[in-house]
Ligand binder design. Sequence first.
Ligand code: PAF
Length: 294
Amino acid sequence: MILCTTIDELRAYIRAYRTEHPDALVGLVPTMGYLHEGHASLIRRSAAECGLTVVSLFVNPLQFGPGEDFDRYPRDPERDAALSAAAGADVLFMPSVEEMYPRASATRVLVSGVTERLCGASRPGHFDGVGTVVSKLFHIVLPDRAYFGMKDAQQVAVIVTMTEDLNFPIEIVPCETVREADGLAMSSRNVYLSEQERREAVVLSQALSRADGWLREGLDASETTARVREHIGSAPLADIDYVDVLRFPELTEPAPGERLAPGQRWIAAVAVRFGRTRLIDNRIFSGDEVAAHV
Ligand code: PAF
């Protein structure tokens, strides 16, 4: 695996690779580092499908709001390099903030609609930062495929929308959330949790699994939301930011009394604070599967 810290050296390397291997695919796995098994699974998938896998590691200041955890976001570039290489990355792109934003950037990529609810509502400006940095990475790497984890399902919806709207010739590959043995979705931020917070954090995935049963029983979106809230609220340290059940990938609200029907997909998505740590998780339900169980 080679390490590139500048855009010029990364572009030169990819250009040379494409000249030598004109039919090979280039895969991109964008990350903010502090990699875990979830990231490793994206890198392995790209390495299995593409001739060249580029992992980007950049803690993007543009997607953090005032008072959020940009400064204390966990960083361990040496461990990340070892994990990336072991998972099959060919290139690790680790630019500085100055390399990515040499001047106050006057341009933003704003995606509307799918950013209105969930993290788009509770972290204003977050997806403007994500859209902007991901489109910069797309322009820099010019990959054929880009791999994203479904733990950030709204991010996937934003990036798919942006890719289609801006005609990026890139296939977005959503990959399943990787979980700890007790169900907690893997996240770089899990490292912040105290022992008790870590024990209680399992309520997120539990509540989302139960939502599956509630939707199969025929509860509507608001009844399911209330039950998910109640379950998460049973953990004394859980401070709910949002719980929502929406159509996926549109992220719009189902009508009152409407039931998940064949041909539809709904998402139950949650964001919950434990102390200073904000965790997100989600689960997607297919109306076809619900119908098969009635
Ligand atoms: O999911 C992340 O880690 C980040 O939002 C991403 C896609 C790397 C953009 O900074």
